[in-house]
Design a protein around this ligand. Structure first.
Ligand SMILES: [Zn+2]
Length: 283
């Protein structure tokens, strides 16, 4: 299986939940060995992904305020570098991040494979999120900015996803990509047990250098980068941990520990394994 970024060969690294994770021998990009079914996106991002925990969210809508704030932070950051314009948010879910961007002067639309999420955005937030996969998304418009917040690791076909993103970005336009960092100390420290190794919902793992290389193929070069500051819900951490911990005693202890906090308590996320990059199309 050749690397979709640099075309080199790849080797099997380790198995996680019965899926092999491979590493490119050239650029060190990691990806899941998987031939996804044509309905992969529908199955993985079903309502269960957003509401039933596991490797997804225990209650996505419960994270509304955190996601809104995340969008606002990115909007303010972007506005220091450019004038707000039209944005396409890929993997927009219920539209909270897009809503946050809008409150800082951006306008635009989202694309989201989960129809219930997309409908929620229209009904409750008055945000235009189109239901469907990125591949099927059609528009005559080109955007000043395409945002991919924690979505690039989910692309099975990276090449065509980025080709699509490039085709809807205006000349001189931007991509904002936030991703988990497989090269971070945290990720390397945890090794195979790093929380982001959770196929098949996550299929790719990037560090800054392979991400830059992927963007460069489409004429995008980095103009700014950093680590996102964010808060997350303790409920979400508890749900993820209980999914990862297999030992019943560990589960019980953890449950007792989390029981000491009120529901929906938020904590700052130590963001050592997250990064964002703003790219500009030099075309
Ligand atoms: Zn490669």
């Amino acid at each position: 299986m050749d690397c979709q970024i640099c075309g080199s060969g790849s080797v099997r690294l380790f198995q996680k939940y019965q899926y092999w994770i491979r590493e490119c021998t050239g650029c060190k990009h990691r990806f899941c060995e998987l031939e996804p079914a044509h309905d992969h996106v529908d199955t993985v991002y079903s309502d269960a992904y957003f509401f039933e925990g596991g490797d997804g969210y225990p209650d996505y809508l419960g994270e509304a305020n955190l996601l809104l704030a995340h969008g606002v932070r990115y909007g303010r950051l972007l506005n220091q570098l450019m004038k707000p314009g039209r944005v396409l948010d890929i993997g927009a879910a219920a539209g909270f991040i897009l809503k946050g961007l809008q409150s800082t002067g951006w306008q635009g639309i989202g694309v989201e494979p989960n129809a219930r999420m997309a409908a929620y955005a229209a009904e409750h937030l008055d945000v235009d999120v189109r239901a469907g996969s990125l591949e099927m998304f059609e528009t005559n418009e080109t955007f000043d900015l395409v945002s991919m917040i924690q979505v690039i690791g989910h692309f099975y076909d990276l090449e065509s996803a980025l080709a699509k993103a490039a085709s809807v970005t205006r000349a001189g336009g931007y991509w904002l990509i936030e991703s988990w960092n497989k090269d971070s100390l945290v990720a390397r420290g945890f090794g195979q047990n790093w929380h982001e190794y959770s196929p098949p919902s996550v299929l790719r793992w990037f560090g800054p250098s392979d991400l830059n290389r992927a963007a460069a193929k489409f004429g995008f070069t980095p103009v700014a980068h950093g680590r996102p500051s964010k808060r997350i819900n303790l409920d979400h951490i508890e749900s993820l941990l209980s999914y990862k911990l297999s030992h019943p005693v560990m589960k019980k202890m953890m449950s007792a520990a989390f029981g000491l906090f009120p529901k929906h308590t938020t904590v700052p996320y130590p963001n050592f394994d997250l990064f964002w990059v703003l790219y500009r199309n030099s075309a």
